[in-house]
Each structure stands twice: as structure tokens, then as C-alpha cells.
Design a protein around this ligand. Structure first.
Ligand code: 5GP
Ligand code: ZN
Length: 114
């Protein structure tokens, strides 16, 4: 989608600090980090939210979690723990309408969320 900020990051039209990329997904630093480690993992294909992902595309979700695990192991925060968050829709607090998973680590994260 031409007016989607994350599609424009995928295309390289908007700069980002990329930590991992393959043919299906991209991982980059959040511009407004909420923890010492705050990465966004996104499919390169545009989906507004989880609600648009159907069963034929659902492999991408598992792939994103496997890449998150690999990053946790590589960066060493697998030992202390981390959190993966996907906000969906208005009440979920989603502000960018291209599905993304927040990977947060590096501090003791509180629960429940606000
Ligand atoms: P949401 O609130 O939709 O779950 O999360 C959107 C996230 O995208 C926010 O944490 C916000 O800081 C991040 N974000 C918004 N615009 C940009 C951008 O242009 N570049 C990067 N790297 N992150 C962005
Ligand atoms: Zn998009």
C-alpha cells in the first residue's frame, strides 16, 4: 500500500534501523522505544491487522515468532525474558494499520498493561 508507513519502510522509501530481513519479513527498531530493546517484526506483505490474515497466509505468524526467538538468543535476552505484543484495532491500541509484533526486552516489564 503506497500510503502505509511500514510498506514504505519495506520498500526502503522511509529509513529504518533494520535488524533482520528475509524474503517474507522485516525487523527494525521502533522509533519510540518503550524498553531498552524494542523491535517491530512485520510481514513484508501488507495486512491491516491480524483480522486480515487468512489460513493460507498464517505461516507468516509462526515464522515471525521463530525469528523473534532467534533474535532473543542472538542478543542474549532469552535468559532474562522478553515480551511479544500485537495490538489489534482501536481498543487494542493499534496506531499503524500494517500488522506488526512488538518485541520488548531489557527491563522488567509490568503486567497488566494499561
Ligand atoms: P501500535 O501502536 O500500532 O501497536 O505500534 C506502532 C508502533 O510503530 C509504535 O510503537 C510507533 O513508535 C512505531 N512507529 C510509528 N511510525 C514509525 C516509523 O516511521 N518508524 C519506526 N521505526 N517505527 C514507527
Ligand atoms: Zn503496509
Amino acid at each position: 500500500m503506497s500510503d502505509c508507513i511500514f510498506c514504505n519502510i519495506v520498500k526502503g522509501n522511509v529509513p529504518s534501523q533494520i535488524e533482520f530481513e528475509d524474503d517474507k519479513i522485516m525487523v527494525f527498531k521502533d522509533i519510540n522505544p518503550q524498553a531498552p530493546v524494542h523491535l517491530l517484526l512485520i510481514p513484508k506483505k501488507h495486512f491491516d491487522s491480524l483480522l486480515e490474515v487468512d489460513s493460507e497466509d498464517s505461516d507468516i505468524i509462526g515464522h515471525i515468532y521463530m525469528v523473534a526467538k532467534k533474535i532473543a538468543e542472538q542478543q542474549g535476552f532469552n535468559k532474562d525474558g522478553f515480551r511479544i505484543v500485537m495490538n489489534c484495532g482501536r481498543d487494542g491500541g493499534q496506531t499503524v494499520q500494517h500488522i506488526h509484533f512488538h518485541l520488548l526486552a531489557g527491563r522488567n516489564l509490568q503486567w497488566p498493561p494499561g
